[in-house]
Design a protein around this ligand. Sequence first.
Ligand code: GLN
Length: 480
Amino acid sequence: MWMNKSITEIHSALVKKKVTPIELVEECISLSEKDKCNCFEACCFDQARKQAKEIKEIKEEEILKGIPFFAKDNFSTLGVETTASSNILNGYIPIFDASVITKLKNAGMILMGKTTMDELAMGGNGTTSHKGVSTNPYDHKRIIGGSSCGSAGVVSTGIVPFALGSDTGDSVRKPASHAGLVGFKPTWGRVSRYGLLSFATSLDTVSYFTRNVLDASYILSYISGYDNKDMSSSTRKKEKYQDYVLKKKTFKKIGYFKEVYNSITNKQIKEAFDNLLSSLKGKGYIVSEYDYPKELLYALYPTYMIISCAEANSNNACLDGIKYGPGVENATSWVEYMTKARTKGFSELIKRRFVIGSFSLLSQNQEEMFTRAQKARRLIVNELNKFFDEHDYLLLPAAYSLPPKISELDTKWSSKPDFLDNILTLGNFGGNPSITLPLTFINNMPLGVNVTGRIFEDGYVFSLASEIEKITKLSNLVKE
Ligand code: GLN
């Protein structure tokens, strides 16, 4: 068994010829066939076999070469159906690869296929894919979380050591917590989004899962950098992010939010978080409490909803169901065709969000809703930047309860402070690098901690995360 090992372990076995790429691919295929979590959309196993057979030699420095991976179904993949788990995109076969897919393929990684997600990346439970609910391998009665549910599933069940996801609010960092994984969201602009189906452009970030921090740092070294196909990609020089982990280049000042800390009601989570803080102090880190304005914490969710739904409404206006989609009969005009296709093609959650988005963009509402949300976002980010004037890292529990049971999910408004469930969106508002990694186990379920840093300090985020990994001794977790 190799696929339950880390990238660096598999790589060293490949270099020493203890295993070959085609053997890895075959192992990955047979594991995929036993999937119990509902992880998969279209797969491209034949293409993967062909690529694997063509690899003759792997050099020491070719870390990713010959290693299989999966991508969330919102990345365009040449010749492989891409639906974003929505009926509106049924039958869509892209004629190009997303830039991040091209980069990984150029590094010699082998694309195995696409993973299930919450429809069009909206949602956090992993329950709204057109292929049904994805479950948590630690307890199939519970959610694994979304929207990158299938990618979390394939990494946590030992099918691949790495899978691509996307993070607009917390869609990689939340499921990482529920699945015992490392989930990393780079600085906005650090990785090209060309070919990633847009949800909310100003928040969307190519993100991913691995089973340890070093693997995550290697991946960023390969996929970051300017791309002339994405005008929002940064021209900053890329770095060797693994050096921050290997050479332990780290900052010292860690802060956490008082209001958030005081709102943690689960005793075991509080205890695990406290233990981590004292271990970090013991290692010479300076840890302090910070008074981030309460009213801005409460503003996180409404601000996120207005901005993300407005952008989603506009980004998805192109999905007309004409070239691909659910198929429509008896339409007498293209407007009627489109209306019927969109009614049939989108689930309730998507329709609700489009209503919120278009309502907030109506000219008579724009000032009151969309512009106001933009102003709230500015205040939220200004205050976050003030925090980062005094601290190098923001530390937060990545989740405040165990993943909910599927049978207990409801869509009612919650009565508990909803900033706890949406706190990770802070990193999307500011575009900050942010990583979730395992913190503890409660009733045999994993639970994560999150580290967020200043923009473009992705490397430093890896270095603190790797220190935490040494404290918790929870890495390379697999639940088969
Ligand atoms: N939970 C958020 C939402 O429902 C996250 C989505 C995401 O990051 N793609 O929109």
